[in-house]
Design a protein around this ligand. Structure first.
Ligand SMILES: N[C@@H](CCC[C@H](N)C(=O)O)C(=O)O
Length: 292
């Protein structure tokens, strides 16, 4: 008789509505495959924005290595909301409150705070066109003119580019972020020839020197209710262009994230909630799953 495959523990969570699956791969040799990701996303019960696959600790990552998969099966270098979900999962299970992970983008430190919120050190932003990356030289990445094809509205023809480990284009808009039809042009902008690795496309409306509203069409996942790395990118771009200070609340449909861009070490600290929904088990190769 064929040996039954050992399923991996899977937690359905969300970070301000950003749909996350945490898959605990510690103690295993196999990997969560892009095929499994696509299958899980195709099922309405497990459809997600990102999978956070937690592997055994590696050098300089005492709490584990994290692979991030988008819902189209592609890999991402950063996921702020997903990182908070991993911290919530581990702090409930084992009790610790301070974590050091690693991803393809490097070290990732996070902490569960006394009030239940979770802070993630998202590292330093990068502004050079090669690192974002953009397709060609841009001396000043604070104000970049989008080449055609673009939307008729002038606010949608100029962006700030930031890498938070992953590529972000932030368009500062004068009106409510919901009034622009991001769902229509997001797919085209995500794959615009100026972004060789595609990009997360955000609309940001400044609402005060310490707050902004944000809507994001995520690379590899589409329109989502929240994107933590985009919140960091928008906050950094806003401060860099003098629109806000370095400490802001970023408002999303399900609540807000606090973003602080530290002067002392250039790191961006994102603080917000994570929410558990349900638990299950999954075959990481095929994406066949069951609810506990
Ligand atoms: N939702 C995430 C960002 C996920 C990665 C992104 N789609 C990409 O491909 O870069 C977040 O909370 O940061």
């Amino acid at each position: 008789m064929a040996k039954e495959k050992l399923l991996a523990r899977m937690e359905r969570m969300n970070g301000l509505g950003n749909k996350i699956l945490v898959i605990d791969m510690r103690g295993r040799k196999d990997k969560v495959t892009p095929e499994a990701a696509k299958r899980l996303n195709g099922d309405p019960e497990t459809a997600f924005d990102q999978i956070m696959a937690l592997y055994d600790p590696k050098k300089n990552a005492p709490d584990g290595w994290i692979d991030i998969l988008n819902s189209d099966g592609s890999m991402a270098q950063a996921c702020g909301n997903g990182t908070r979900c991993v911290v919530d999962y581990l702090s409930k299970k084992n009790g610790p409150t301070s974590f050091d992970f690693r991803t393809v983008a490097g070290a990732l430190h996070a902490e569960k705070l006394d009030d239940g919120l979770i802070s993630v050190d998202m590292g330093s932003p990068e502004f050079s066109w090669e690192k974002i990356p953009l397709a060609g030289p841009a001396a000043e990445t604070t104000h970049i003119g989008l080449s055609e094809p673009y939307e008729a509205d002038p606010a949608l023809q100029r962006f700030s580019a930031v890498s938070m480990g992953n590529p972000h284009a932030v368009f500062f808009v004068p009106r409510d972020v919901d009034s622009y039809g991001l769902e229509d042009f997001g797919p085209r902008y995500e794959r615009h020839p100026m972004f060789p690795e595609r990009a997360n496309i955000s609309l940001a409306q400044i609402t005060s020197p310490s707050s902004l509203s944000l809507k994001t069409f995520e690379r590899g996942a589409g329109l989502t209710l929240a994107c933590g790395s985009a919140a960091c990118a928008a906050a950094v771009a806003a401060a860099r262009t003098g629109r806000t200070g370095r400490s802001v609340d970023v408002y999303l449909p399900a609540g807000s994230l606090h973003i602080k861009w530290r002067k002392k070490n250039d790191h961006v600290i994102m603080t917000g909630p994570a929410e558990y929904e349900w638990s299950g088990r999954v075959d990481p190769e095929t994406g066949v799953w069951e609810r506990k």
